[in-house]
Structure formats: structure tokens, C-alpha cells
Design a protein around this ligand. Sequence first.
Ligand SMILES: *Cc1c(COP(=O)(O)O)cnc(C)c1O
Length: 426
Amino acid sequence: MSHFSYQDGVLHAESTPLSRVAEEFGTPTYVYSKSALLENFAAYADACRGRDALVCYAMKANSNLAILDLLAREGAGFDIVSGGELLRVIAAGGDPGKVIFSGVGKTVAEMRLALEHGILCFNVESIPELHRLNEVAGSMGKRAPVSLRVNPNVDAKTHPYIATGLKANKFGVAFDDALATYRTAASLPNLDVVGIDCHIGSQLLDDAPLLEALDKLIELIDTLDTEGIHIHHLDIGGGIGVDYGAAGDAPPVPVGDYLGRLFARIDAWRAARHEGRAVKVIFEPGRSIVASTGVLLTRVEFLKPGVEKNFCIIDAAMNDMMRPTLYGAWMDMKAVAPRTGDVPELYDVVGPVCESGDWLARERALAVQPGDLLAMMSAGAYGMTMASNYNTRGRAAEVIVDGEQMHLVRRREEPAELYALESMLK
Ligand SMILES: *Cc1c(COP(=O)(O)O)cnc(C)c1O
């Protein structure tokens, strides 16, 4: 069952009408379903049960402390891309020992912080990064656990901005350079080479590219073995897509099916080797855990008929949800209380921000009037975390619904807070 459904003509999050959320907390507001979150995480956890596996939620998709806390309690680890994200994990009571640190530009301060807190692994993306990490660890009298992010050069067949595993991308170490880079890593005194990882892209609807990447990583693990470099964990990244509901879109592969196929390959590989080598499997899912968990609740301010188009102007904008203008993403827009008797008209749904790129949905058939509530669906991933204060707009509130209960997990920003850190010249 979807956790967002119409009951008595009103769109609900679980058993709570979205109109009640708007009355209580105003708009725009991100509304998340607790059960949806737990269900999405369980799809990974169930498929991993009884195996040496760890699900490290890629928290850049949605890093609200309440979300992190709920996932940490289910046993999640975290994939972080900054020192700030590590501090969030700690603030939410997550275990730094289950944190992996990805990203091409880790600073000395971030490396220090992560070493102080004893994270599970650094996913290293270049030779200069290996040298920097070796120095930082040495200066602290510590050894840093490292994995190399290998770029398997498989085409994830997704939007160019979210494809990360091709030769032309800034991410990872080229497959052909991986062996030499591992040799460098193994030669540095303050590094422990423990793993291998990749992340080939996001919003993948098919798992074929992921399984192809897995085969390449396995091949490399075997080669490294012959060099005396033994890999203890294999991290296949995130990337599984979600169904945004666009007409004609193929549904994404179910998480359980993908993990089943992946573990079958890993089992066959281990069985083929006499020692049946032990290797921990790590996943870094972001979108597939949180996207379907949330909606962006917004109110219609004005209807503006135009010469070529009609505009539906809402109180949410590109600063609240970047995906449409950044990726050309299609996201479903539903009326919270549909006017069933009215004839729908075609609208471009836009915000108040002073940019022509400020659109959230285009050419949508809607029967709406000013004051009506709309819900932008599957907005739980890469929504609030990408929000900005452009146009001095306070960021939206965030609410988690649990049955009939509403929990405000981030209050709306007040304008004065937006310039509180600024000062004028004396
Ligand atoms: C963004 C990111 C992820 C998560 O990707 P999703 O498509 O949201 O699952 C995982 N790993 C790394 C290194 C990332 O940058």
C-alpha cells in the first residue's frame, strides 16, 4: 500500500490528511511518512539478513536528524560526503564506526575529524588524496582504513548530471589505473587497504549496469589477491532508482530482486574459489530509501493566464526543490483535495523566485483554484537537502507523520535568521 493515498477525497500521509498538516504548520512543508521510510529500509535489510552486509544510507539524499535517527535505530550505517555530515550522524546518535566517507575533495580538517571519530572507511578517489590521508593519519599516530573508488566505466544510462561511472566523470580512479593506485596505497605506512568501492550513477531503473560493475570489481579483487593486497569489503554504491510516475517510464527494478541477483553472483564467485573467501558487502543507497517517503506540500497563490501558457503560481519554488530545473526532472503534482466537478486546464506550475528556471512542473492538467493545496510527490530525496535561501526565502518546514500523529522535525526558517550571520562595515 502506498503511504500517500486519497481517503474521503483528501490526500493523506498515512492516516493524516495533508490539509491538517498545512493548517498546523503552513506551506511549503516537506511531509514524510515514517512507515514508508522503515519499509524502504527494510527492503535492503531483509535482503541482507544472515549475510555479512552493511547498508550505509547516503545521507546527502535527506539528512534530517529524525530520519537519520530512525535509520540508525534500524541498524543503518551512513555514507557521508563531508565533515558536516559526520557531525550530523553523531548528533543523531548514529555510530561513526558504520560510516564511510566518499567524495573527491576531502579537506585535511575533514580527514582529521573522521579519524578522531574512528569511521569505518575512507572511500578514496585519487592518488593525491591517498598521500594527504597518509600524512594526516601519520600526524595523529593513526592508521586510516581505505577503499579505492574504482570507476568501472560502465554506462549507467541515466541523466548526464547523475552518471558518475564513466571515464569522463570527475569521480573515482580509472579502472586501468586501479592496480597501480592500489600498489601506491599499500606502500603508504599509515594506510590500511581494506576495501574496494564504486558508485556508477543515480536513478538507475535497471540493475544490469550495477551487475556489470560488480563483475569488474570482483575481477580486480582477484588480481589484487595475487599481488598480496587482500580486500575485505566490497562496496557497490547506491543508485537504484524510484518510480516518479512519469507516463511511459519503466518501473525501477525491485530492491529485493537486485540484491538477490547481486548476492547470487557473489556467492558463485566465492564458491568457485576454494577458500570461499569472506567479503563484507556494503551498499550506499540514498534515493531508493527516502524519495517515496516524502511529498512537498504547497499552496496555490495565483492562477495567471498567459498568451502561450497558463501559469499556476505556488508558494514553493526552485529554492525548495531544485530537481526539475537542475535535471529536467519530472515529478508528479497532485491536488490534495481534487475538484472532481471542474474541467482541468493545462498549467506550468511555477514558484515566486525571479528566474525563468523557477518551475516545478510543466504542462500539467489541473483543476485548481487559488488557495488549493498541491503535493509534489516522491520529493523525499534531494529535495530539502538541496534547498537554498535564494531570494531570502526561509527553507520549508519538515514534518514526519506516524499514523495520525504529526511531528515537526524542522521548523520553518524566519527571515531574520537568514541574515543573522551577516554584519555591516564599521
Ligand atoms: C549520491 C551517492 C550515493 C547515493 O546515490 P542514490 O542514487 O541516491 O542511491 C551513493 N554513493 C555515493 C558515493 C554518492 O555520491
